[in-house]
Design a protein around this ligand. Structure first.
Ligand code: PMV
Length: 359
């Protein structure tokens, strides 16, 4: 279904040529999106911390042409392996942004996190690209800031669902939920009703397996379609969204830990019980989780873990525990990380426009 409110006029006087650069962050979901309906609509609402240090920088250069052409450069080198995903994205957005059919595009992109770190770059990558594309439209159509970011989130979603949440910091909600005013399946909304403690949260990502994702998120979402437990899981996620709203407001870290870990483990439990089933944990994923839970118990530090659909562990904690956390990682966790690698990140404020010029 084409939604009129997101559709640019066919004869918009867009610039002849130009270039625009956006920096857009990754995000980590607390209540997870796992399961979708066509096209890119979530089976349940989700909420995430927007990250700060893990981001993609994308420069989009464009020149009017008879038909669309796209070249992609990653870290300065031409990369055709991303073209298929990017073409799918352009195909999905062309009815909303008809001008994309009449440009020769060059996309130059780089990530601050190692390319093969096992950290999904789809959220940061597609949100950065959507912001660049929409900047062309904003030049001609004078969108308000609110409309610009909403449509950027809408377009990002068509690249990768979780990308829709990267548009806003410090937190974003994607998916319709009756307790979240103005929430929508079409785009994310910023979420600010958060106790100060959560705005200081650190996310140290312990890299257990830096290889390519073993199960693509597309396949993972599909497995939820005829999963025997999917109806219960979607209901649980809805309940968690409701509970987390109260926790985020009150600042109750112990309740936060319980809910966030239950979400992460449920995501993996779904993968372990789907048809076919997958085990995304590595032995060191479990070693790290075990050590973190022991440390939390012995030192009374409110560490909590969350996971993406992979083996790496995200260690979450308030900023006041940064030093003990880093000491603990160096002393006890680093041995379980591939090449002793981990990434220090924290809650951030969302994308930044770096450069733009039009002619
Ligand atoms: O945006 P996708 O299709 O890559 O799916 C992301 C799924 C999880 O990262 C596992 C959960 C989430 O909500 O981000």
């Amino acid at each position: 279904m084409i939604q009129k409110e997101y559709t640019a006029e066919a004869r918009l006087a867009v610039p002849e040529l130009g270039a625009v650069t956006w920096q857009s962050p990754s995000n980590i979901a607390l209540v997870k999106y796992w399961g979708k309906k066509p096209v890119q609509l979530p089976a349940n609402a989700s909420i995430s911390f927007t990250l700060k240090n893990c981001y993609t920088s994308t420069k989009l250069s464009f020149r009017k042409a008879d038909e669309r052409s796209v070249k992609v450069f990653v870290d300065g080198k031409e990369q055709s392996s991303f073209l298929k995903k990017i073409e799918t994205f352009f195909k999905r957005i062309e009815s909303y942004c008809p001008y994309v059919n009449h440009y020769a595009f060059e996309i130059e992109t780089e990530n601050t996190f190692p390319h093969s770190s096992g950290i999904a770059s789809s959220a940061s990558g597609f949100s950065a690209l959507a912001l660049c594309v929409l900047s062309i439209e904003r030049k001609a159509a004078r969108l308000s800031d609110a409309d610009f970011y909403r449509k950027a989130s809408f377009l990002s979603r068509l690249g990768s669902g979780s990308a829709s949440r990267s548009i806003y910091g410090p937190m974003a909600v994607w998916g319709r939920h009756s307790n979240y005013t103005e929430s929508s399946n079409d785009f994310s909304i910023p979420y600010h009703d958060v106790h100060d403690i959560f705005k200081t949260y650190q996310d140290t990502i312990l890299l257990v397996d830096k290889g390519e994702k073993k199960v693509s998120s597309t396949l993972g979402h599909d497995l939820m379609n005829d999963h025997p437990f999917s109806a219960n899981r979607f209901q649980q996620a809805r309940n968690h969204m409701f509970e987390l709203q109260k926790i985020l407001k009150s600042g109750n870290i112990l309740d936060f830990n319980r809910l966030v870990e239950k979400e992460a483990l449920t995501l993996h439990a779904m993968m372990m019980t789907s048809n076919p089933y997958f085990m995304l944990f590595k032995p060191n994923t479990l070693n790290i989780i075990q050590k973190i839970w022991e440390k939390r118990e012995s030192d009374n530090i409110p560490f909590t873990i969350t996971l993406d659909a992979g083996a790496n562990v995200h260690l979450l904690y308030p900023a006041e525990y940064k030093q003990p956390a880093l000491d603990f990682i160096k002393d006890e966790l680093i041995v379980y990380c591939e090449n002793e690698q981990y990434i220090c990140d924290e809650v951030g404020n969302g994308p930044l426009l770096k450069t733009q010029h039009y002619a």
